[in-house]
Design a protein around this ligand. Structure first.
Ligand code: CU
Ligand code: ZN
Length: 486
């Protein structure tokens, strides 16, 4: 008698997510779990799929996203990620999380990356988690709580200063509460005004809440340019003083005068990693994207507008061209455009590659899903690593590329039974063609699904099929970091 399962994927080239050499085999799935791997001739599946030698990997984990709101908007909203093979997103990055704070008016940048006040309706993480449970997302969600969201509430909007001890204690209590309700860590965006007003001690006071549960500290550092080494030291100190693992977000060396300095930053991180848990994520592009900041423009760094509230038609255009069109200088043009977002061409390709190739790196898109004319990383990150950087430039092996998107990431974030193809693990899977996988999204045409990603499964359910788009499955769950042993 044949052994039965819901889904069997036969003749796949299996990448286990841990970096082990690929092997040929079949994978059987029942419910939300992988139930068998190997030569499964004696098995029968409700659905029987011949992979014909194509690659089967654990579903990709997007280590850095701003999908807090996108996971609440249904399958179409997450098409940008599922079409890349992504099955889990880490939300609440850069100090910005959709809970636990409600907004009566449009929030200040960069909180408004997630939308206007109509989206800020979750006064606690429990309410956000409740929404994910009753109205599930098509992908899994792993949540961080943002420093800026906590500050707005604790400091009653008066955030252009350091928090008082009392306010920091309030933030710590709110973070603790959220961690008890299923959030996994704490993020900061110390680069941004008004968060830059927060001294290291304030961050440590709040992050102290992480200790009891072994939560993770994730940071868009204070400085990614001239003082990037100081910022790395600040991050490491926060980790040590609170007993937390740390993740440096979208690691980069910003601005032309710092090009090449990733040799120094990686050496510093590497040295620290011998004594404390530290990793970083990176996106595969030499341009960043965030809110437009008229005070931080530089003549030698081009900016492309991604959205603008007063001038929505300018999305997609270069700031220089807009300034010329309006007959003003770029600063004046930028001041007219805000609130707005921009892509900044501020990095060096050699640094991007060196950082990506490092053994501690994870892949995170940092995609901005609500931008009118988004940075192409939103739709292209994972296929770009697999196609452009792995296959075409041979920056690393395909086993290693997959590890940076799956098993390594799951282990850093403490996601249990995810990011790996193993019996008993969750059936988050992606089937792709290593020969053709490629990003198609560009700076000129950013909203384009990749090619070569054939099917994506979330908790055993088919979530995306190439050529057909998102299915109506909503199999995503809230994923919480494995708790430290009490
Ligand atoms: Cu970010
Ligand atoms: Zn950031």
């Amino acid at each position: 008698m044949a052994l039965r399962c819901d889904l069997i994927i036969r003749n796949a080239t299996i990448f286990d997510g841990l970096g082990n050499p690929r092997f040929e085999g079949d994978v059987a799935v029942t419910g939300d779990r992988i139930v068998a791997i190997g030569e499964l001739g004696g098995w029968e599946g409700e659905r029987d799929l011949d992979a014909d030698g194509l690659a089967l990997a654990p579903g990709f984990i997007d280590a850095h996203t701003h999908d807090d709101r996108a996971v609440l908007c249904g399958p179409e909203c997450m098409l940008c990620k599922m079409s890349q093979g992504v099955t889990t997103v880490v939300v609440g990055n850069c100090g910005v999380s959709l809970s636990p704070v409600k907004m009566a008016k449009r929030p200040v940048p960069p909180l408004d990356l997630l939308g206007d006040e109509s989206w800020w309706t979750f006064g606690s993480f429990a309410e956000y988690a409740e929404r994910l449970a009753t109205d599930p997302a098509p992908v899994n969600t792993y949540a961080l709580i943002g420093h800026m969201s906590l500050r707005i509430e604790a400091m009653d909007g008066d955030t252009q200063r350091a928090a008082t001890d009392k306010e920091a204690a309030h933030m710590q209590a709110r973070l603790k509460e959220a961690l008890e309700q299923g959030a996994s860590g704490f993020s900061t965006g110390l680069y941004y005004p008004p968060n830059m007003m927060a001294p290291t001690d304030e961050v440590i006071a709040v992050a102290e809440a992480l200790r009891a549960v072994g939560g993770i500290y994730v940071t868009h550092m204070r400085d990614e340019a001239d003082h990037v080494l100081d910022s790395i030291q600040e991050t490491l100190k926060i980790g040590r003083d609170t007993g937390s693992s740390v993740v440096i977000s979208h690691h980069k060396c910003s601005m032309p005068e710092n090009f090449g300095r990733s040799t120094e930053t990686l050496a510093a991180i590497e040295a620290a990693a011998a004594n404390q848990k530290v990793e970083f994520d990176v996106y595969p592009y030499a341009a960043g994207s965030t809110v437009l900041m008229p005070d931080r423009l530089r003549q030698d760094v081009q900016e492309q507008i991604t959205w603008s509230i007063p001038h929505p038609k300018m999305a997609g255009k270069m700031l220089d061209d807009i300034a010329r069109l309006w007959g003003v200088d770029r600063r004046t043009a930028a001041q007219r455009l805000v609130p707005a977002g921009a892509i900044k061409f501020q990095m060096n390709e050699a640094d991007v590659q060196r950082i990506m190739a490092h053994r501690l790196s994870m892949i995170g898109s940092d995609g901005l899903p609500h931008d009118t004319y988004p940075h192409p990383r939103l739709w292209g990150t994972f296929p770009r690593v697999l196609g452009h950087y792995c296959r075409d430039l041979q920056l690393f092996s395909l086993e290693d590329a997959v590890r940076k998107m799956t098993g390594h990431t799951a282990s850093v974030f403490g996601m249990v039974d995810r990011g790996v193809i193993r019996e008993g693990a969750y059936a988050d899977l992606v089937l792709f063609d290593p020969k053709t996988v490629a990003d198609v999204a560009t700076y000129d045409a950013p909203i384009r699904p990749s090619v070569g990603i054939l099917e994506t499964w979330v908790n055993g359910q088919s979530a995306y099929v190439y050529g057909q788009g998102a299915t109506d499955a909503r199999a995503g769950r809230l994923v919480t970091r494995e708790r430290a042993a009490a």
